[in-house]
Design a protein around this ligand. Sequence first.
Ligand code: FAD
Length: 431
Amino acid sequence: MAKVVPASSDEQLVEAVQSAGTRGVLARGLGRSYGDAAQNAGGVVLDLLGRDRVLAVDEATGVIEVEAGISLDRLMRDFVPQGWFVPVTPGTRAVTVGGAIGSDIHGKNHHRAGTWTQHVRSLDLLTGTGEIRTLTPDDELFWACAGGMGLTGVILRARVALTPIESAFCTVDTQRCANLDGLLEAMADDDDHEFSVAWVDCLAKGEALGRSVLTRGRFARRDELPEKKQADPLAFNPRTPFTAPRGIPTGLLNKYSVAAFNEAWFRKAPARRDEEIQSITTFFHPLDAVADWNRIYGSGGLLQYQVVVPEGAEDVIRSCIDAFSHAGVASFLAVLKRFGPANRGHLSFPMGGWTLALDVPASVAGLADLLDRLDEQVLAVGGRGYLAKDSRMTPELVRAMYPALPRWQELRDEVDPNHVFQSDLARRLKL
Ligand SMILES: Cc1cc2nc3c(=O)[nH]c(=O)nc-3n(C[C@H](O)[C@H](O)[C@H](O)COP(=O)(O)OP(=O)(O)OC[C@H]3O[C@@H](n4cnc5c(N)ncnc54)[C@H](O)[C@@H]3O)c2cc1C
């Protein structure tokens, strides 16, 4: 258990940091990290959600200044109707700007746009000594905060460059790929597409191993919309029409039910369809249409496994999919994406190459051993796991996967010599 303290003024946060007990303090946004990154058992969690104001807007450039507790959902509701979109969106709108920087999140456009923090012009950081510093990308400490998992301090405010759009719709090309080779070949020209991601059937075997549905798109111009939508092309008011019920039994998602779902999902996709107009929610955030979607995993819960391997190490991706398929690991949500180059963030996850992410029921027998074996293969080719999704890596593994960790620790120690900022993840991984 942690003591959750709603954050109000800068002064109150300075006071909370200066009076931190032995289990320390940690900033939290919307708590959408899959593992223990936003938990601080026995200590204080600073709930930033009340700090959600838009402080300044430059209508000419789209640069906004916001408090870090504001959600991407709010930003989209406020700014899409004005013709601006967030520079990077994850698979849910329910994340905050502080969480987006703390995990240095990526989206379907990483190969062209990089991570969220690459669009931050400056940020205000409350350090472990109670000082408030304004950092820009010229400061190395700025990059220690990118993916720094809240351990370099509390991000109070950020100045972020939004992206201009003409409509609240995307034009989407969909393509079914018979197997992993077909998918990798199709993704070779990803650079020509603004957004790209593939859903992978991780239960398919043999010739069909890695069969997938690739979707790629870009924001639609107003004149590409059907006439009815052209009247108000930037209207954006997403709803959450469904709620997953409570009490779903843990075994509902098993290799049989998921294999049936995957078969239907694959068959439902068109062999090829170009320029379909889709809403922002359909294209970017389908899970946001179902409140409490995580309940479908039952009380056993879920775990997300996400790794990245460098370009040229596609065989490790194949090996992961093969291992999941043979073990019958029931995942209906597995995605493959091509990343662009890494940024300067010491603990930032993305690197040029391929990232595979899948949600799996945590109760699958033998899962821990299977993932440990896959981690070894990922590490052997210079790849790594994503801290924002992690609940099971070891200190040794993370040290080997993130070679800039010692430099990050030096920078963290300069601004937080007493390790006021702590989390369950930091204690588990000895960060
Ligand atoms: C359905 C779903 C889809 C997702 N899709 C993607 C995806 O496509 N790409 C991707 O990269 N991630 C994805 N994620 C993960 C998610 O984007 C990250 O975990 C993100 O950090 C969550 O933001 P949050 O506001 O909930 O942060 P939290 O989970 O509350 O915190 C995350 C980390 O940031 C730190 N932090 C939060 N606020 C601050 C602050 N103000 N100052 C300093 N540190 C802070 C916390 O201490 C913690 O270490 C997804 C998650 C879900 C549930």
